[in-house]
Design a protein around this ligand. Structure first.
Ligand code: GAP
Length: 465
């Protein structure tokens, strides 16, 4: 079972402290969301999993953390100033503003039974390009419209990797093929943000640029498409809720030769199966486009430098063949927030207990669970039991994220931990004072096992992985 719709995750998130609407006490801010005590743990665990898998478990990937605000020229030469647009239309009647290519995804504010443009009263303008980059100004003396002070918040983390290609290459002494991984915030002034954290104006990306020779690019591209499907499933997401989408020539970004998206079933409630899916990530073959456009040497057909502002040549010298060239790049790019949403939707389960009550269980992979173990005293008015439970929690704490909770009856405490995805509850009872053992309850099966306190750490460690 998965969540029946995104709304179910929105309310669970708010109820339990995963994600809150941002600026809520001032009426909110449209598409901004804050990650609460459990949300931030889940976000961090997703990022840790991605980073471990790429940077620590392989031998060919380095990490990077580049600035959000870069020299404006980065965005001039990357092509974003010129081409990072969405086609925008306004409705003269309802004053709504929509993305021309996403009209089918939204409803007319005046006639919510049809899409914008479909009612006889709708009057859409011609489409015009709207640049998605967030603008800001740099420096204390700048005025808002000073072109010399204009700067952008990055719309993708990728460019920070390309402009650091030579720095990473020279300091890490890498040979092709190798990759550079980066996690960080990106900003896009989306025309129609929405669907909770699926499309927001501020979001977080995990991007890896894998530099290689042109001839090996198609094969490596396929390997990364396969590899990411495996990694996503390792997060507990079912293969049934994933599918690949090959972008058509018309859809490809200006830099891409081939892009394959991995889609997740974010909208299972939609009757039309085709409309249930949307992009979780994209895996692009960006060719040598980026390193070339940021380099000082390449010339156009008339012999003019394509980038007269760059001071660096981002080419690669191959000592084996004595050749110098601009490497190709395979780019798997995935959003942290969309991953979190897919993980929560896929983990969502309901189960009926023997009293006929429906309970929510968030069957998160143990690696991702915000809290791994909850230690619960069966009687909170019995100091010996409370002390023992707190001691057990402190002993576990250095190796796993454990909490102590005595704020309700045991049934309520179990239900709360099930709903936030805690794989194990450890209950200390009167018997524990005698046999030095506790009851360990499994989140998914609700089965209970008696485990000696001396062996508890090993028991949990084995099961948490
Ligand atoms: N460097 C390539 C790049 O940025 P993208 O497909 O535009 O490619 C990569 O973005 C991923 O970032 C997407 O697949 C999605 O997971 C996430 N993403 C993009 N725009 C987003 C938005 N407005 N809100 C949330 N996540 C977004």
């Amino acid at each position: 079972m998965t969540a029946p719709n995104i709304e179910t995750i929105v309310s669970l998130s708010k109820r339990r402290g995963f994600v809150f609407p941002a600026s809520d006490i001032y009426g909110g801010l449209g598409s901004s969301w804050d990650y609460g005590p459990l949300g931030v743990e889940l976000v961090n665990n997703i990022k840790k999993s991605w980073w471990n898998w790429l940077v620590y478990e392989r031998d060919d990937i380095e990490g990077l953390d580049s600035s959000i605000i870069q020299n404006r020229l980065v965005w001039k030469y990357s092509g974003h100033e010129q081409t990072f647009h969405d086609p925008l239309v306004d409705c003269r009647t309802c004053k709504g503003r929509f993305r021309l290519d996403k009209l089918q995804d939204v409803l007319c504010p005046n006639h919510p039974d049809v899409h914008p443009g479909e009612d006889k009263e709708c009057s859409l303008t011609e489409a015009r390009d709207f640049n998605l980059m967030f603008r800001t100004t740099m420096g204390a003396v700048s005025s808002d419209d000073d072109p010399n002070a204009l700067a952008y918040l990055r719309p993708e983390t990728a460019q920070g990797i390309f402009i650091n290609f030579a720095n990473v290459l020279n300091t890490s002494r890498r040979k092709l093929p190798f990759g550079v991984a980066q996690i960080g915030k990106a900003f896009r002034n989306e025309v129609t943000p929405g669907n909770f954290i699926f499309r927001t104006r501020e979001f977080e990306q995990m991007e890896m640029e894998y530099f290689c020779r042109a001839v090996e690019a198609p094969k490596l591209h396929q390997e990364w498409i396969d590899g990411f499907q495996t990694w996503i499933q390792s997060l507990g997401i079912s293969a049934d809720n994933l599918k690949l989408y090959e972008q058509s020539k018309e859809e490809l970004a200006h830099y891409a030769e081939r892009t394959v998206d991995i889609l997740y079933r974010y909208f299972p409630e939609r009757e039309d199966e085709d409309k249930q899916w949307d992009e979780l990530m994209g895996i692009a073959n960006r060719t040598d486009y980026d390193l070339r456009v940021h380099s000082k040497k390449p010339e156009d057909a008339e012999g003019k430098r394509i980038n007269p502002d760059s001071t660096e040549d981002l080419s690669y010298f191959d000592p084996q063949t004595n050749e110098r060239f601009y490497p190709y790049v395979i780019e798997p790019a995935i959003g942290v927030n969309r991953t979190l949403l897919a993980v929560m939707m896929d983990a969502y389960t309901e189960k009926t207990n023997d009293k006929g009550e429906v309970r929510v269980i968030l069957k998160l992979a143990p690696e991702l669970a915000p809290i791994k173990v909850a230690v619960l005293p069966l009687a909170k008015n019995k100091p010996e039991i409370v002390d023992m439970a707190k001691r057990i929690k402190r002993d576990l704490q250095p190796s796993v994220r454990a909490v102590y909770d005595d704020t309700g009856g045991i049934g309520k405490l179990y239900a709360r931990q099930d709903e936030i995805g805690t794989p194990f509850c450890v209950t200390v009872d009167h018997e524990s004072l005698v046999d030095n053992a506790v009851t360990v309850r499994d989140r998914d099966t609700w089965e209970q096992e008696r485990v000696g306190i001396d062996t508890l750490k090993g028991y949990l460690g084995e099961r948490l992985g």
